[in-house]
Write a protein that binds this ligand. Structure first.
Ligand code: FAD
Length: 255
């Protein structure tokens, strides 16, 4: 008989069912959550965006694509329309792949996740929730219910996903850079170049100190790429530097 703790929530199944096929010896039980309307909220108020964990990428594109353009750009490059029809925000985050395309944007904007269980509700920054490649601090009885983002005023950005193809490809590197002219800040986040998304806090501090020419070298030190079937560590490191330079030269005078 299946133990209750073996049961895993299944939303779109686009990660879980692929994993289940390679895990044939394990008895698995899934609890469907794709019908839960409580997980389908999409709210935008006072520069804050709240996305229910059960919102699919297609639903986001249909109902909220104007709220946060870098997120929209990232989502249209995910997989294919048929995958986006079932793949959810919650599944992408809990699966915690370093190549998850929405995570760099959530890291750069310090997204806060809401997790709920019979024992209560807790809120945690996404960068603390993801503890390693495909590892999170979720507890067996918890559901991720929502993601909350503060959208900065007057932001400018560059988002890039570099992959082998335009569609149905996982990234070699993904990058988002935000420039916030009102507070003279930058935010930089990189996917697929470490066990988790890397937020370049040290480079952001160099920017605050006006040491802008030092930023590309700092990025090369901050990222921890590996060589795998999609790319080499050297090319990924080069891409991180080049994408950072593209971002800085677009928005920062005299870079
Ligand atoms: C062909 C293909 C191409 C892909 N391309 C991309 C791509 O380009 N970019 C990209 O980022 N991803 C890609 N993916 C991965 C996948 O589509 C996403 O990660 C997707 O967002 C996962 O969501 P899901 O609802 O399908 O998750 P599921 O497979 O249902 O679940 C994934 C994990 O999250 C858990 N989970 C789901 N929802 C919750 C919740 N609310 N609370 C707690 N736990 C939960 C599940 O238990 C499981 O551990 C691709 C997948 C496939 C099959």
């Amino acid at each position: 008989m299946l133990n209750q703790t073996n049961a895993q929530p299944i939303a779109g199944g686009t990660d879980l069912l692929v994993q289940a096929r390679t895990n044939r010896n394990r008895l698995q039980a899934f609890v469907r959550i794709d019908h839960l309307t409580e997980l389908k909220t999409l709210e935008f108020s006072k520069n804050e965006l709240t996305i229910g964990a059960g919102v699919t990428f297609t639903e986001y594109l249909e109902k909220a694509s104007q709220f946060l353009l870098p997120l929209t750009e990232a989502i249209v490059l995910i997989a294919s329309p048929s995958i986006r029809n079932t793949a959810t925000f919650g599944g992408n985050i809990v699966n915690a792949s370093p190549a998850a395309d929405i995570l760099p944007i959530f890291y750069a904007l310090d997204a806060i996740l809401t997790l709920e269980s019979m024992r209560g509700v807790r809120q945690i920054p996404v960068s603390e929730f993801v503890t390693g490649a495909k590892k999170t601090s979720i507890r067996p009885d918890e559901l991720l219910t929502a993601i909350r983002l503060n959208i900065p005023q007057n932001y400018k950005y560059v988002y890039r996903k570099i992959g082998p193809r335009k569609a149905l490809s996982l990234s070699k590197v993904s990058f988002v850079g935000f420039y916030l002219p009102d507070t003279r800040e930058i935010r930089l986040a990189y996917g697929s170049v470490g066990p988790t998304v890397i937020r370049a806090y040290e480079a952001e501090q160099l920017f605050r100190e006006g040491r802008i020419p030092a930023i590309p070298d700092c990025i090369e030190r901050a990222v921890k790429p590996i060589t795998d079937q999609r790319s080499t560590a050297e090319y990924r490191r080069y891409l991180c530097r080049a994408l950072t330079q593209v971002f800085l030269s677009r928005y920062i005078k005299n870079f």
